[in-house]
Design a protein around this ligand. Structure first.
Ligand SMILES: [Zn+2]
Length: 155
């Protein structure tokens, strides 16, 4: 019964490490709550893993103008580029376009008596923020993202 070698675990690990083979959207990072708590600061954990929201005008990136990329704080997936960041006046980092839509999962969020579109990291399900339809051209979209869900990588 046990003569067949169990290669499925190794095959999955290889696939997860090779975005060329599977497409980045199929890469998955799944950790226990304890492991996320260990890796993140308390503030990052509350926002990215517990769907919190940082207070406006308090985050590390709302007024950050350096050139580079903003990665998922949890798993490092590239989410937004500085070239698409703009000053929305909201007090949160705002972008009119993601680096790759496949890296985001969008879903309807009906919490707090509002109907909003929630944006999550497609790889690890980190809560990022929300998407609104009051952004600038060419997309008309505003990706309103918590600084605590992002990690900046300079160009
Ligand atoms: Zn992620």
């Amino acid at each position: 019964m046990t003569t067949k070698p169990d290669t499925s675990e190794a095959a999955r690990a290889v696939a997860a490490e090779d975005p060329e083979r599977t497409g980045n959207a199929h890469r998955r990072v799944e950790l226990s709550e304890a492991e996320w708590r260990r890796r993140l600061s308390e503030e990052e954990y509350q926002v990215a893993r517990r769907h919190g929201t940082e207070r406006a005008f308090t985050g590390r990136y709302w007024n950050h103008k350096a050139k580079g990329r903003y990665l998922c704080v949890c798993c490092g997936t590239p989410l937004f580029a500085s070239a698409t960041k703009y000053d929305s006046g909201s007090g949160w980092p705002s972008y009119w376009q993601p680096i790759d839509p496949a890296n985001l999962t969008l879903r309807t969020d009906t919490s707090w008596g509002m109907v909003r579109t929630e944006a999550l990291c497609a790889v690890c399900d980190a809560h990022l923020g929300h998407v609104f339809e009051d952004g600038p051209p060419p997309t008309g979209l505003r990706y309103c993202i918590n600084s605590l869900s992002l990690r900046f990588e300079p160009e």
